[in-house]
Design a protein around this ligand. Sequence first.
Ligand code: GLN
Length: 467
Amino acid sequence: RRCLNRIKKTQHLNAYISVTEELALKQAEEAESRLLQGAPRGPLDGIPFAVKDNFCTRNIRTTCASRMLRDYAPPYNATVVQKLLDQGAVLVGKTNMDEFAMGSGSTDGVFGPVRNPWSYAAPYREHTGAATAADSEWVITGGSSGGSAAAVASLTSYLALGSDTGGSTRNPGALCGVVALKPTYGLLSRHGLIPLVNSMDVPGILTRSVCDAAMVLGILQGLDIRDSTTIPAPAPLTELPEDLDVKNLFIGIPKEYHAPGLSEETVAQWSYVADMFERAGARVEQVSLPHTQYSIVCYHVLCCAEVASNMARFDGLEYGHRSDVDSSTEAMYASTRHEGFNDVVRGRILSGNYFLLKQNYQHYFVKAQKVRRLIADDFKRVFGSGVDLLLTPTTLTDAARYSDFTQEDNRTRSAQEDVFTQPVNVAGLPAVSLPTALSRRGLPIGLQLIGPALQDKKLLSAAQWIE
Ligand code: GLN
C-alpha cells in the first residue's frame, strides 16, 4: 500500500504507464496471509516490483510505449515476470520507456518523457536555486528503462525489470543512482521480452543494493525451454561472500574508455574507485580494448538489421494498431506502420532493410558481424591475460536537462551515450553499474564493472565491496 501511495504522490515523474493496483492489493493480501502462517514462498514473497512495458504480462497491457501496441494485452507472462510472481512478488505496475526500447533518454515514448526523481531532491534543487525543480530544469532518467530506474529510485518499488540491449538498464541505473545489472547473455530468459536485437537483448535487474540484485539474479537465472539461447546457471546464487579478498583481484582499466565528452567529475570518480582497489591490495593496471571505437557503428548496423526483421510482425493484422486506410492491403500495412511507429523506429527499420539489401549485405551486415567478433575477442584477450574485472564509467556525464537533451540531434546523442555500455552487449558479457557519488550538480554518478561470461557472481561480489 505504501508503494501504491508513493506511485500516486510521484505521478509527475511519469515512471509508470500502467499501475496494477487491484491485482497488487490482491497479491499482497495473499502474501500477507502466507507470512502470517509462517510459510512464505521465499525472500521475495510480498515484495513489490515493477516491470518495463516491453515484458509481456498476462491480461495487462504491454505497450512498448508505442502507439502500435497501445491497447495490446498479451495472453501470457514473460518467463522472468512469471518467476517473480511464482515467488510471491507483487507487481505494482508497468514502467515507461523509449518506444520499443530504442533510445537512451526515456524521452521518446508515446506516453511522454520520464523525469528523474533526483530533479526534485535537495542537492540538485540547491544547485539550481529553484525551490522546486522548475519546469525547464528537470533532468532525464536516461534510458531506455528510465521508468524502471525512476521507480526504484523514487521508492515506489523495491526492484524493477529493465531490458539491456546496448546499455538500457545500466544507463538509467547510473543516472538515477540505483544498482543496475546486465547479466551474461543467455543466463536469463528472453521469452516474453518483446525483442529489439535478439542477439544482444537481456533482461536487466534494477535494485537499491547489490545484494538485492544478486538475490533476484539467483531467482531469475537458468535454462528456459521457451528460449533456446538460455544456458544453465553455473551455480545457484543466493548470498554473496561478505569478505571478498580484494588482494587476489586484478582490475583492468581500459584506456580506450577515456572517451571524448567524458566529464572531469566522472574521471575523478573512476580514479578514486580504482585507487580504492589499489589501496586494498588489488592489482590495478591499464589495459587495451583496441576495437572499442568501432562498437557504436557495429552495434547500429546489427541493431537496425535485427529491428528490420523483428518489426515485420507489426502489420496491423494480428494485433496492435490498424490504420483506417483500406484502399489495398499494402496501403493498410504502410499507413498502419507509419501511424504506429515513431520516427526513430521507422528510421531503424529503413536503415536495417538497406543494410540487408542483396547488394549491401556483405558490405554492412557481414562486416559488422566480423567487427563484432573483434570486439568480443578484445575482451577475451584481456580476461585471458589474467584480468578479473574491468572498471569503467557507465555514462559520459551525470543526467542532462531534458531541454538540453532534446535540443541536440537525439539520435547522435543517443549513440554517443552508449559508448561504455554497448561493447558489453556486443560481446555478451555481464556488467553492473552502481552509484558511487553525487556530482557538483547534486546528481548521481555511476561506475561500471565488466566481467568475463558467466562470472556474474564474481562481478557482484566486487560491486558489493565497492558499495
Ligand atoms: N541506446 C541504445 C539504442 O537505442 C540501446 C537501447 C537498449 O539497450 N535497449 O538502441
